[in-house]
Design a protein around this ligand. Structure first.
Ligand SMILES: [Ca+2]
Ligand SMILES: [Ca+2]
Length: 277
């Protein structure tokens, strides 16, 4: 059951990624993790006013794929900003024994990169994990400053990087850059923010042993994409532009066609019926 859901999930994502990649120009290749990066100042939600509560519904219990709950799926490798914005990233949750790290890279009219969170370990009520570290509370955020129109944002997870350093696997929002050639990030638009959720284990679902293609170990992945969950504040205008630029999947096209057909009979429906399965 889980596996079937996940297969459908990946198939749908692959379709969307394939279509969007045809108009993709910016590239994140050449990224390297810089061990001299330091943790930016972490602001609590009482300082920023950010409310993490609406996003907790998308944080999955261990081993369970993210359901379709009315959020709009985006291509995590196509997070291009059409408008300037002072960008912040908020920690939502984590369900990982690993002490993960997250970095960003901006390429385009703004070019910079850096660490977002040095130790993604959750403390307090509501944590999926809670397996040591206690570095972040729900809703904690960092600011990466102004990012100008015409910039692509990419994000990189260093899996258990706090412990493993340079020997850790690094997974990006660009699936092609990942050693196991699997998707490790999903993105959704919700409430004028972008939810980004990562899988930190190498290899396919429950795969074990050495991956002969790379010599790296498969890690029995559960592919639950709850190992690092963050929200990006890139501004409402950018989120709306990203939704508008997304190529609808066949199921979405069908539902939109159905809406059109209903409208012909004089009934009004809003575009909120766009859903993805
Ligand atoms: Ca997990
Ligand atoms: Ca996982």
């Amino acid at each position: 059951m889980k596996r079937t859901l996940f297969a459908a999930f990946i198939a749908a994502t692959a379709t969307l990624t394939g279509l969007v990649s045809k108009v993709e120009t910016a590239s994140a290749s050449g990224f390297t993790w810089n061990n001299s990066w330091t943790q930016p100042t972490v602001h609590s939600k009482s300082q920023t006013g950010f409310n993490d509560a609406p996003f907790q519904q998308f944080v999955q219990a261990e081993g369970v794929a993210i359901p379709n709950s009315g959020q709009f799926k985006l291509d995590p490798n196509n997070l291009n900003l059409k408008y300037d914005h002072n960008v912040s990233v908020y920690f939502i949750n984590e369900g990982a024994g690993y002490r993960n790290q997250l970095a960003f890279e901006a390429t385009g009219t703004t070019n910079k990169s850096g660490l977002l969170f040095n130790d993604i370990s959750c403390e307090g009520n509501g944590c999926v994990g809670g397996w040591g570290g206690n570095a972040l509370k729900l809703g904690d955020g960092v600011n990466i400053g102004n990012v100008t129109a015409g910039t692509q944002l990419d994000f990189w997870l260093r899996a258990d990087g706090l412990n493993r350093g340079d020997s850790a696997n690094i997974f990006g929002t660009d699936t092609a850059s990942n050693a196991d050639k699997l998707q490790h990030a999903v993105a959704y638009a919700y409430n004028n923010y972008i939810l980004l959720a990562f899988e930190d284990l190498y290899g396919g679902f429950q795969a074990s042993g050495i991956d002969s293609a790379t010599g790296r170990w498969n890690e029995g992945s559960d592919r639950d994409f709850n190992d690092v969950v963050v929200v990006l504040d890139v501004g409402e205008a950018n989120v709306k532009a990203l939704i508008g630029a997304s190529v609808p999947e066949p199921s979405v096209t069908l539902s939109m066609f159905a809406v059109g057909a209903v409208s012909m009979f004089g009934l009004r429906r809003r575009r909120q019926t766009r859903t993805i399965n």
